[in-house]
Write a protein that binds this ligand. Sequence first.
Ligand code: ARG
Length: 506
Amino acid sequence: MSGHSNDDRPNGESGNGKPAAANDGAGGAQMWGGRFQGGLAPEFEEFQKSLTVDHALAMADLETNLAWSEALLSAGVFDDAEQERIADAIRDLAREWSTRGLDINDPAEDIHSLVERELVTRCGDLGKRIHTGRSRNDQVATDLRLYLREKALEIVLAVQELCATLVDQAATHTDSPIPGYTHLQRAQPLTIGHHALAYAEALSRDRERLIDVIARIDRCPLGCAALAGTTLAIDREELAAQLDFSGGAMRNSLDAISTRDHLCELLFACSMTLTNLSRLAEDYIFFASHEAGFVRFGDAVSTGSSLMPQKRNPDAMELVRGKAGQVQGALMALLTTIKGLPMAYNRDLQTDKEVALPALQTTIDCLTITTIALRDATFDRARCREEAGRGYLEATDLADLLVDRGVPFRDAHELVGRAVDRALELGIELRDLPDTDWQELLPGLPPAAREQLSVDAILARRGALGGTAPTAVAQEVRHWREQLRGWHDELIHTDEEGADATGADA
Ligand code: ARG
């Protein structure tokens, strides 16, 4: 057998594969000891380790190892009995780690070294042969993709949960008015349901983006070794199929082991999702203010002040808004890390996980907390309705009434502007203008037209697709319910396809 393409060892030395006990005492069970006499500086040893982060890839690494053992069987490196023995050890390890967890302070350099050491401990010399023809470079690239496609799916589910919550909210508030704003100035009345579905729409595009990215994550780099490809006669498409990579084997070894563009894309999809969540959070922080008084968050997501006894702070939403920045930062950090890297693997790439993994979890957490917070929020309907009728939100509709009577819109705009001025002077709403002012300022429009300026009338007029009318919102709620059912069915289908080869809960 020929392929010893392990990590970037210039002279092709084979890794020492020594278990920790047989190591040089520096702590780590290095896979690359051949040409080194001195141990690592303890500071550097710590600095270069990644187990505290990449332990998250443990189950993925075991799956990758299992598939690789099959490839070694097909390449004639293992015979049936040997492959079975290794496979059993991998499954044992999976069971052990999924019940007891693994020690993230283990001296192993990274998850790949730890798994290999465990296999050597359990299978002796046989374990030392598992790394034949592969590298940690294709291993980590593969593990990461396995991990990311699961995590991305978790994010999709969390997005769907939040959409379902927004749709429930829309269904409850199909016809409840609330002031609508542009420039944070009162503009026109909205229904609360319409506002909720605006965010559901945005999140549905985030979901689309995530699913789109999953297709590009779902491609297999295993079998590309350190950079130039493996010397083993293996069928890489079969290997890809074994790991359920729907996109098959990646077609260029250099690209396969060194690209992280799928991770950048995923972080962008997360950043965009959190940008949308952050806007939602901002709306609700304002809605919960004393000034607006539209929403009250439940005790489960509100906090008080250590000093001011009257406070009820919307911290959940503020933290979501704040953490959105972290995830956007992670995207920038990764792009910046990658931009100067020569082909192919560089150790810089190890930092991808430090930056990305917490960001993915933060995305899930923000989605979950927003869902909980919205379920726990109550709108003060009476106040929302009252405020939707205050602050001249009917001005556009008044101009439209003049237009209906043949006044050109620009003139109508001018006339209503003056009427607003007068109402402001008198400290009243437009519809409360005395008849004399009305007749003087709005010629040709009988004061009885006021009735058409009620909040409900204004809302009802916007019944075309995409509008805020209760009829339109009710229709969108029906549309959304169907959409949510479709999403649900799609995921059941995906779940059935994705069975875990190691037999352990990942
Ligand atoms: N821990 C490394 C990473 O996460 C993988 C090891 C590759 N190391 C190497 N020297 N080629 O990227």
